[in-house]
Design a protein around this ligand. Sequence first.
Ligand code: F0G
Length: 367
Amino acid sequence: MRIFKPEYKMSKTIFGGQTLIEKYSQYLPVSENTPIISLGEGNTPLVQAINMPKLLGFPLLQLFFKLEGLNPTGSFKDRGMTLAVTKAVESKAKAIICASTGNTSASAAAFAAKAGLPCYVVLPAGQVAMGKVAQALIYGAQLIEIEGNFDDALDLVQQIAAESDITLVNSTNPYRLEGQKTAAIEIVEQLGRAPDFLCIPVGNAGNICAYWRGFKLCKSMNTATHTPSMFGFEAQGSAAIAGGIPIKNPQTIATAIRIGNPVNWKEAEIVVEESKGKIDFVSDAEILDAYELIAKSEGIFCEPSSAASIAGLIKDLKNGYIPEQATVTCILTGNGLKDPNMPMEIGNEKIPTVQARVDQLKEVMGL
Ligand code: F0G
C-alpha cells in the first residue's frame, strides 16, 4: 500500500552524475518535459577478468564482465524500468503491472514506489528467489502468486493490461528494451570499441535484442567500427529458442530464466541472423560451475542465471566457436545476493563451529 499521494516533481533527485535517461536522451523517446523517474541506474562497471582466462586454459582471452547486478535494485531491469515507469507517469497511467521471475518485479516495484504509482506483481508460486520477493514486498507492491509458471503469469497480466488502464511493464512494453539498449552504448564507451562476442543469458530474449539495438546504434554513430556476434544462452531445461519449440513445463535451477515461451523470440532470431550469432543452451551443472568459478577466481557474486553467460562462453571456447584471442564481454545480469540460499545449497563443505577459544580456532585454521 502506498503511504502518500503521488506528486510528480521535475526537480533533480540524483546528484553526482546524470540519470540514464538524461545521459542518453538523444537516443530515447523523451522530451524536455518528460518527468524522469530515476533511482540512479546505469553506469555499471566493466571489469576485466584476470584469473579466469588462465584457469580455463585460454590465457590470451580478453574477457570483460558488465556488472549489471550493481544497478539500484540489483539487476539490469532498472535500465528499462526507469524509462517504462517514466513514460507511464508521462501518460498518466493509474498503475503498473508485471509478471516476473523476480527481477522485473523488484525493479517495477521500486520505480513505482518513487513515482507513487500502485504496482501489481504476478509471480509463479515457489519459483522466485527469496531476495527478489523480499524486494517487491518492501517496495510496497501488491504481490500475487499463481499456481502456474512465468509464461502463464505473463498471459494473465497481458489480458489485464489490455482490458484496463494499467500499464504493462514486461519487455513487451516498447520502452523497456529502449532503456536496456543503453548498456551496449556504455560498453563501447568503457572499452573504447565493441567486443567481438557478447555472451548473455536468455529468458524472454528481451535483453539480447536490446543490446543488439545499442550496438547497431554505436556502429551507425561511428563510435564502434563493428558490432559483436551475439551469443545468447538459455538453460537446458528451458531452451525453447535453441530447441525451436516452446516448452510447456520449463525447468532449471536458474529460476530467472525459467521461461518456456519467450515473448521476444522473433526479434531474437533476427538478432542471431544479423549478428552472425547464436542461441544455445547450457546445463544446470555448467551454470553452477561457472557461478562458483567467477566468485572464487574473480570475486564476483552474480546470480545463477547470470552465470549462464559464462557457462556458454566456456562451452564455446572449448568447442572453438569463440577463438582464444577474442575480446568477449559477458553480461552479468543480476546480483548474487538476490538468491542467498544457493551457495549453501550447492556447497557440500560443513562450516565448523568451535568454542570461543583461541586454541580451538587455531586448530581448525591449521596453525
Ligand atoms: N538474467 C536475469 C538475472 C534475469 O532476471 C532475466 C530475466 C534474464 C537474465 C533474461 O533476460 O528475459 O531479457 O532474456 N528476468 C525476467 C524477470 C524474466 O521477470 O525478472 P531476458
